[in-house]
Write a protein that binds this ligand. Structure first.
Ligand code: MTE
Length: 312
């Protein structure tokens, strides 16, 4: 995403060539080739996936779920590494329990939730959404999540609150990437209050019927499906209601490349590449990128009158 072009491209290339190799290998193995022709229902448990299940098998557009294997082995989590295919391994001993999320700032009733509170107090449901990374790849993920709105209703933002600011854990002992001084750690993200109250804005504590693994942002992460994936901040410890627009980690690192809004938009290229198309992980070829990642009906109203090019 930022000025580490080779590490951004190489792991993906390696990953892809590994997939291509596997695909070719499958052609020569009767049994697996047969499995590949079977209906692609992910509701079954692939061997080794340890009970990962989803009740749905597509999103509302009919796009198939990305496999559990891919969702948990191709990750962006710079606190561990910039190498997407190494995140799962390097994060395997991450300690995500006990965990607390402090919710405060401009609210009537600040609260600190611990993990059990979050898992039991809020009604978590399967929500299938697309995740489109600013780098040009995408997935379809069955989250276990609840609307951020439910949590905000418990703390009751005051009339002065205009934005929500999110912060990830700062712990260089557990997060070796935080020793990299290029970034202004901890990872920070933000939303307008209206975005935060939208029904699509979720706090996820699981996916594929299981609690989140470290690589996906255990124990709790944001999901904002109409925005580029970097807005979907992982391993959150702090949520503050604020009056001023928060400066995210990416805005601070490269303000000309990453703005506050980061809405998925095929018509607004990244300064270094086009956003007109994307590669869905698990598919060959590319597909057209949809305005607001296909969620225009639910969110376009939020940006009426806003210049989407200037407010990238
Ligand atoms: N959150 C934190 N704390 N650190 C990160 O590096 N990467 C972001 C986002 N959230 C990131 C993060 C980016 S760039 C993307 S595309 C998504 O997480 C990837 O989520 P996934 O690995 O679960 O697919």
């Amino acid at each position: 995403m930022k000025a580490i072009p080779s590490s951004e491209i190489t792991p993906e290339e390696v990953y892809l060539s590994r997939r291509r190799f596997l695909k070719q290998a499958l052609v020569f193995t009767g049994a697996v080739a047969l499995a590949a022709c079977a209906p692609q229902s992910v509701a079954t448990n692939p061997p080794g996936d340890d009970g990962a299940t989803a009740t749905g098998s597509t999103d509302e557009l009919g796009d198939r779920l990305t496999s559990y294997q891919d969702v948990t082995n191709y990750n962006n989590f710079y606190e561990f590494t910039t190498d997407k295919v190494a995140v799962a391994r390097l994060s395997s001993s991450f300690i995500s329990s006990p965990w607390q999320v402090q919710v405060g700032g401009l609210v009537e009733s600040p609260k600190t939730f611990d993990l059990d509170d979050l898992r039991t107090r809020f009604d978590r449901q399967e929500r299938i959404t697309r995740l489109r990374c600013v780098e040009g790849w995408s997935m379809v993920i069955p989250w276990l999540a609840f609307p951020l709105r439910d949590l905000l209703n418990e703390v009751r933002p005051t009339a002065d609150a205009r934005y929500v600011r999110f912060e990830s854990l700062y712990d260089p002992q557990q997060f070796p990437g935080q020793k990299d001084k290029w970034f202004n750690w901890p990872y920070v993200e933000g939303l307008t209050l209206a975005e935060a109250y939208n029904d699509l804005t979720l706090l996820a504590t699981g996916l594929y019927g299981k609690d989140l693994l470290p690589q996906n942002g255990a124990p709790i992460r944001l999901v904002v499906p109409w925005k580029y994936g970097f807005k979907s901040i992982k391993s959150i410890v702090k949520i503050d209601l604020v009056a001023e627009q928060p400066t995210s980690l990416w805005m601070a690192a490269a303000p000309n490349e990453y703005g506050f809004y980061a809405n998925v938009n095929p018509n607004v290229p990244h300064p270094r590449w086009s956003q007109a198309s994307e590669r869905r992980i698990g598919e060959l070829g590319r597909r057209d990128t949809l305005l607001f990642n296909g969620y225009a009906e639910q969110v376009a109203e939020l940006y009426r009158g806003l210049d989407l090019k200037a407010n990238y």
